[in-house]
Design a binder for this molecule. Structure first.
Ligand code: UT7
Length: 329
C-alpha cells in the first residue's frame, strides 16, 4: 500500500468589502501614502465593518464546500488559526461549524499569530496521515481591525482583515505536505503582544484606559528577527529536501512587509515571478495571508508544483512547509 500524504484539494477565501486606502489612513494618523508604500509595500487593506472572525471564516468555508461539491456534513475536523477569536471561549472553530452546519465535525482554535496557518496545516496533516480523518478544513482568519489602535501609526497602517480556508484530503500519489520546520521563541513576546485581556492582565478600566487591549509592536526589532528567521527557515527546508532555486516553483510568504518577502526570496535565489505577493491589496491579515495567496494564485498552481510556505510572527513563531501541489484547477 502506498504511503498516505495530506494534500490541499481546494482553497477559498473571503475579504470584507470595505477598502481602507493609505490616503484614508493619512486622514486619521500622521502618515503618508508614500511612507506606507515604500516601507511596507501596502496600498490598501480590507476592514470588516459588521461581523466577526467567524463570519469571514464561514464565508470562506461555504465557498470552499460549494466549489468542491461537498455538504457541510462531509467535514470531520476544523482547525482554525486566529489571534482574533470571536470570544475567549467557545472557540471560533465551534462557531464556524455552527454557522456553516458542519455538525459532524469537531474543531478547535490554534494560536500562533502570523504563523497560525502553517502550524494549523501541519496539525491537520497529522490527522490525515494517521488515517483517522479523511476531510479536514484548515482556516486562517484574522479581524485585526478589532485589536488595532487606530491612533498608533506604527501598527494601524500594516494590518487588515481576511480569511482563507483549505480542504485537506488523503493522497496516494506522493502529493501534498512533504515536510515542515516549525519554531517558537516565547522570549519574543516583549516585541509583539496584545498585553491585556488574558489571565496575565485581565480586563479592567485601567487596561482599557492604557489602550492595552490593542496590538503593541516594536517594529524595528520584529523586522530584524523576521528578516533573518523567515529566510533561514526557508533555506533550511530547501536544504532538507534537496530543493534548488530552479526546482522550487512557488514561494508563498507571509505578507507582513514587502522588504521581508524580498529578503526571503533573495536568500532562496528565487526570481520575482515565483513569489506570491498580494500585500499591496490586503496588508497583513495575520493568519489569513497564506491561504489568501493560495486562493489568489489557485489557477496558476499546477499539479506537482513544488511550493514553499513560509511565515514569521508574534510569539515569536515561525516556520516553513514544503508541499507538492495536488491539482490543476
Ligand atoms: O506580521 C507579524 C510580524 N510583524 C512584522 O513582521 C512587522 C515587522 N516590522 C516592520 O514591517 C517595520 O518595522 C514597520 C513597517 C512596522 C516600520 O517600518 P520601519 O522602517 O522599521 O520604521 P521604524 O519603526 O524604524 O520607524 C522609522 C520612523 C520613525 O520616526 P523617527 O523616530 O525616525 O522620527 C517612526 O516614528 O518612521 C516613523 N513612522 C512613521 N512615519 C510615517 C512609523 N510609522 C509611521 C507611519 N508613517 N505610519
Amino acid at each position: 500500500m502506498s504511503k498516505i500524504t495530506a494534500a490541499i484539494t481546494g482553497v477559498h477565501g473571503y475579504l470584507p468589502e470595505t477598502v481602507v486606502t493609505n490616503h484614508d489612513l493619512a486622514k486619521m494618523v500622521d502618515t503618508t501614502d508614500e511612507w506606507i508604500l515604500s516601507r511596507t509595500g501596502i496600498s490598501e487593506r480590507r476592514i470588516m465593518k459588521n461581523g466577526a472572525s467567524s463570519d469571514m471564516a464561514a464565508e470562506a468555508v461555504k465557498g470552499l464546500l460549494a466549489k468542491k461539491g461537498l455538504s457541510p456534513l462531509d467535514i470531520e475536523l476544523v482547525i482554525l488559526a486566529t489571534v482574533t477569536p470571536d470570544y475567549p471561549f467557545p472557540s471560533t472553530a465551534n462557531v464556524v461549524c455552527d454557522k456553516v452546519g458542519m455538525t459532524n465535525a469537531w474543531g478547535f482554535d490554534l494560536k500562533a499569530a502570523c504563523s497560525g496557518f502553517i502550524f494549523a496545516l501541519e496539525t491537520g496533516t497529522k490527522f490525515i496521515t494517521s488515517g483517522t480523518h479523511k476531510r479536514v478544513i484548515v482556516i486562517g482568519v484574522d479581524m485585526m481591525s478589532s485589536i488595532i489602535d487606530y491612533e498608533d501609526r506604527a501598527t494601524c497602517v500594516i494590518f487588515g482583515d481576511g480569511a482563507g480556508a483549505v480542504l485537506l484530503e488523503p493522497n496516494e500519489e506522493g502529493l501534498g505536505v512533504i515536510d515542515a520546520v516549525l519554531k517558537t521563541d516565547g522570549s519574543g513576546r516583549k516585541y509583539l503582544i496584545q498585553p491585556a485581556g488574558g489571565s496575565a492582565n485581565p480586563p479592567t478600566i485601567k487596561t482599557v484606559e492604557n489602550r492595552d487591549h490593542f496590538v503593541k509592536q516594536e517594529g524595528k526589532a520584529v523586522f530584524k528577527f523576521a528578516v533573518t528567521n523567515m529566510a533561514d527557515v526557508s533555506a533550511e527546508i530547501m536544504e532538507r529536501n534537496n530543493l534548488t532555486s530552479e526546482t522550487v516553483d512557488w514561494l508563498v510568504p507571509h505578507q507582513a512587509n514587502l522588504r521581508i518577502i524580498d529578503a526571503t526570496a533573495e536568500r532562496m535565489g528565487l526570481s520575482k515571478d515565483k513569489v506570491m505577493v498580494n500585500i499591496q491589496k490586503y496588508g497583513n491579515t495575520t493568519a489569513g495571508t497564506l491561504p489568501l495567496c493560495l486562493w489568489d494564485w489557485e489557477k496558476q498552481l499546477k499539479k506537482g508544483d513544488n511550493v514553499v510556505l513560509s511565515a514569521f510572527g508574534g510569539g515569536f513563531t515561525w516556520g516553513a512547509i514544503y508541499l507538492k501541489w495536488a491539482y490543476n484547477s
